[in-house]
Design a protein around this ligand. Structure first.
Ligand SMILES: Cc1cc2nc3c(=O)[nH]c(=O)nc-3n(C[C@H](O)[C@H](O)[C@H](O)COP(=O)(O)O)c2cc1C
Length: 147
């Protein structure tokens, strides 16, 4: 099984509707493909973690990489893993800008990731560093860094 993590930049500000659309497509496709993971979005930056069988992850990632909504994809070399970090999440999703809002689909997940950082760290140090870096790169997310 493969775990792949990348960061990318949206080519423009993404609307909440577009994010919801991406999430809906991701959830539907990834369930069919047996792919789980995490998608974070804040202020023009995406972080996504995908895990599943090698061919399935490759297929999903090829579709994602081809999406013109984002560019500058920087991924860690994929890791072979025996256990999923997000087994129960068919694409958890977090939009930090809703964190203080009305608790829509994103806000809870974002908080959950923060609560989950110690576990992520134990299972995959590289993944934890990536997630921490995402939080740390936004000053307004400083309180979410888990430190
Ligand atoms: C940041 C980002 C993350 C995405 N994540 C997924 C994903 O996890 N799974 C997925 O099937 N599509 C994802 N998509 C959407 C794909 O790029 C693509 O639009 C979708 O898979 C439909 O592909 P198709 O038009 O070739 O059928 C994502 C798009 C973006 C911009």
């Amino acid at each position: 099984m493969k775990r792949l993590i990348y960061l990318s930049s949206a080519v423009r500000l993404v609307t909440p509707d577009e994010l919801a659309q991406i999430l809906a497509v991701a959830r539907r496709n990834n369930r069919l493909d047996g792919v789980t993971g995490l998608l974070l979005y804040h202020d023009g930056t995406f972080l996504q973690l995908l895990e599943g069988e090698d061919v399935a992850v490759d297929r999903v990632f090829a579709r994602i990489a081809a999406n013109p909504l984002h560019r500058g994809i920087q991924s860690l070399p994929p890791a072979q893993v025996s256990e999923r970090l997000f087994a129960n999440w068919t694409m958890a999703f977090a939009r930090a800008d809703t964190l203080l809002g009305d608790g829509d689909l994103g806000a809870k997940a974002f908080e959950a990731v923060k609560q989950d950082l110690a576990r992520i760290e134990r299972l995959d140090k590289r993944a934890a560093i990536f997630v921490r870096t995402f939080f740390a790169s936004f000053r307004d997310l400083g309180s979410l860094s888990g430190d």
